[in-house]
Design a protein around this ligand. Structure first.
Ligand SMILES: [Zn+2]
Length: 277
């Protein structure tokens, strides 16, 4: 399914392999002034490409290498000759996609390898200028795009809601907190998220502050319990109770235990906690 909504000059395109009633499997991509931010999953690549046939599209930016953000790249390049851009760390990963877990194959599908170029510091379209903001944490090649004049922040998978209770194994919550602070300091006036049915957020600064506070509180609890000698499973049980139902469906790729572990990674900037929101 595919559904489009307009927000100022930005078109939000929500897509899923399944009917709209299953919001957990939706991904949003955004079209603004010939620039497409993310290209979605393989199962909707054909539908998205057809939807764009009467619209202007010159450039596709992938916010990161995950398969639900890159999978119409090849089709869009073949059909419309678009330029493909991403962070340098994402280039090889998009060119050689990793093996997917069965749930990823079922929900998103396999991306065709595509050749993307280094995005550099900014992307300019006829009417707008988008700054590239490196925002690691969800993964290390993650970027957001910021249009300063309008205060638009395209946040990819950086913001997933104010109270996340699961994480992927590669996530680092301390980096996510630092990245959320970085984009909050830009004082965005609208936030355009990609994941699972998330809605466009108008007046996002208080929402980002609330999320940062929550993640920092959670970090204090996790590290405090870790300092007392509790294992990640024991910490998860104390804070979240039994494992989230999503964990079994995703072969433990999205789990509360991962969220706990993401606070315990070595090299974490613990001073993130003490510098305040
Ligand atoms: Zn992602």
């Amino acid at each position: 399914m595919l559904a489009a909504t307009e927000h100022e000059q930005v078109t939000q395109i929500r897509m899923s392999r399944y009917p709209e009633a299953q919001p957990g499997t939706r991904v949003s991509v955004y079209l603004v002034d010939g620039l497409l931010i993310d290209s979605g999953q393989a199962h909707t690549a054909e539908e998205l490409t057809d939807f764009l046939k009467d619209r202007e599209i010159r450039t596709v930016v992938n916010t990161h290498y995950h398969e639900d953000h890159i999978s119409a790249n090849v089709l869009l390049k073949e059909r419309y000759g678009v330029e493909l851009l991403a962070h340098p760390l994402a280039i090889n990963r998009i060119n050689q996609p990793a093996t997917l877990y069965p749930y990823q194959e079922e929900v998103w599908g396999y991306p065709i390898p595509s050749q993307v170029k280094d995005i550099g510091d900014s992307v300019t379209t006829p009417h707008f200028h988008f700054e590239v903001i490196h925002t690691p944490g969800h993964c290390d090649d993650h970027i957001c795009l910021f249009e300063r004049k309008h205060g638009w922040l395209f946040s990819g998978d950086l913001f997933v809601g104010t109270r996340p209770n699961v994480a992927r194994p590669e996530e680092n919550q301390w980096q996510i907190i630092a990245s959320l602070k970085k984009v909050k300091d830009l004082m965005p006036r609208a936030l355009f998220p990609a994941p699972r049915g998330a809605k466009v957020v108008t007046d996002p600064v208080p929402v980002l502050e609330k999320t940062i506070r929550h993640l920092e509180d959670l970090g204090r609890r996790v590290t405090g319990l870790n300092d007392k000698g509790l294992s990640p499973v024991e910490i998860r049980q104390k804070i979240f109770g039994d494992e989230a139902p999503l964990a079994e469906f995703t072969q433990q790729q999205f789990s509360s235990e991962n969220l706990v572990k993401s606070y315990l990674k070595t090299g974490k900037p613990r001073d993130v906690i003490t510098t305040g929101a």
